[in-house]
Design a protein around this ligand. Structure first.
Ligand code: PMP
Length: 416
């Protein structure tokens, strides 16, 4: 019996089944866009650790930055003993977030924790309780973010009751026929059925829904949401945990829109594989919670902060936003061509390198995922039915390897 199947047996014995794993192989090493398993097989990584590796596995600049920090100190707890690198990273992010006026930033560890803290800040700033999110949204697995997530199975089923004062509106979706007008009308329905607008602290949205299927918010939707929020004194929070740090062809997905949110959450590719998240927002709003109200033992870990500084350097120096646009355009062209020839493909969506192909059924998406896996290409699904394949390759992937992956996709998609 191979090492991989032995490990999977040990895993099944030692871990609860709730911690699922997609691959039946165990990683030994990784570099840029290549994963190698314990049996010496390798895969092209189009999963990127679920949108964490826009700068690839073990980018030399990031490895060096972590090593340099490792030689100085690895933990102090920022709220006890602060360090400059945390402050400097906040300064750098404040300069670049699409927030009107002066911005401030606080660091945390996971994406869910960033969303939790954005809600805390919004409630403290507005002195209101209501939180509106969207159907098929994903915001995390902690209690508040689980309540905010707009998908029951597998995320919420069995785990209730959920925290109160969380309401779901509809997110525009051209495939299922939810127009911008329908989505805005669903917010007005909440205001008449569930909660008065003057009790709502924030509307939280992913400008591109990630787990929900890579649905891109139409510009008109953001414009109307901003107007609605302003009319009622509601804050607008953009959850950019999955869409941030160059993935969409700009540093943040909100950079594609003419309106700006009041708060932004980020994580994943922020620190290139190290655990780090952040909340940025208008300074007056961010200052609402009192001293000690925000933080966490590991929040803004020095190794993660060092990695994030290097991530920002690499994004700029290697022009990864531009590269995201170019790679995404090449991939979408292939997918649009495949769609014309393959009736099981029902939609192709792309904003930069946040690219997805939707199939009529989950079986078709999973079949492609399995065939690609057998050919050495790791793909992820998403969408409410798991009928969407999403592409989250490192933006640093070498051209030849990207071509190789596209050739695999092309041959699989053109099979009858
Ligand atoms: N928000 C969004 C938009 C996400 O995609 C995710 C993770 N998939 C989260 C929040 C939660 O992040 P984490 O798993 O780091 O808690």
């Amino acid at each position: 019996e191979g090492k991989n199947s032995q490990l999977q047996q040990r895993k099944d014995d030692a871990l609860p089944r709730g911690t699922g794993n997609l691959c039946q192989w165990y990683v030994d090493q990784a570099e840029n866009a290549t994963l190698r398993d314990v049996e010496g097989n390798s895969w092209i990584d189009f999963a990127g650790g679920i949108a964490v590796l826009n700068t690839g596995h073990r980018h030399p600049r990031i490895v060096q930055a972590i090593a340099d920090q490792l030689a100085k100190f690895t933990h102090t707890a920022f709220q006890v003993t602060p360090y400059e690198s945390y402050v400097a990273l906040a300064e750098r992010i404040n300069q670049r977030v699409p927030i009107a006026g002066k911005a401030k930033t606080a660091f945390f560890t996971t994406g869910a924790e960033a969303v939790e803290n954005a809600v805390k800040v919004a409630r403290a700033a507005t002195r209101r309780h209501g939180i509106i999110t969207f159907g098929n949204a994903f915001h995390g697995r902690t209690f508040m973010t689980m309540a905010m997530t707009g998908k029951v199975a597998p995320y919420k089923r069995d785990f209730g009751p959920m925290p109160a004062s969380v309401f779901h509106a509809r997110y525009p979706n051209a495939v299922t026929g939810i127009s911008v007008e329908d989505a805005i009308a669903s917010l007005h329905d909440l205001f008449s059925h569930d909660i008065a607008p003057q009790d709502v602290a924030a509307i939280v949205l992913e400008p591109v829904q990630g787990e929900g299927g890579f649905h891109i918010a139409p510009a008109e939707f953001l414009t109307q949401l901003r107007a609605l929020a302003d009319e009622h004194g509601i804050l607008l929070i953009a959850d950019e945990v999955q869409s941030g740090f160059g993935r969409t062809g700009k540093l943040f997905a909100m950079d594609h829109y003419s309106v700006q949110p009041d708060l932004i959450t980020m994580a994943k590719s922020l620190a290139g594989g190290m655990p780090l998240s952040a909340v940025s927002g208008r300074a007056d709003i961010m200052d609402a919670p009192g001293p000690g109200g925000l933080g966490g033992t590991y929040a803004g870990n020095p190794l993660s902060i060092a990695a994030a500084h290097a991530v920002l350097d690499v994004i700029d120096e290697e022009q990864l936003c531009q590269r995201a646009s170019e790679l995404g355009a090449t991939l979408s062209e292939l997918l649009h061509r495949a769609r014309r020839a393959n009736a099981s493909i029902t939609d192709v969506r792309a904003l930069g390198s946040m690219v997805a192909v939707e199939f009529a059924s989950a079986q078709q998406a999973q079949a492609l995922q399995q065939q690609a896996m057998a050919r050495g290409l790791l793909l992820l699904t998403c969408g409410p039915q798991g009928n969407v394949i999403r592409f989250l390759y490192p933006l640093t992937i070498p051209d030849a390897q990207f071509r190789q992956a596209l050739d695999i996709l092309d041959s699989l998609l053109s099979q009858p």
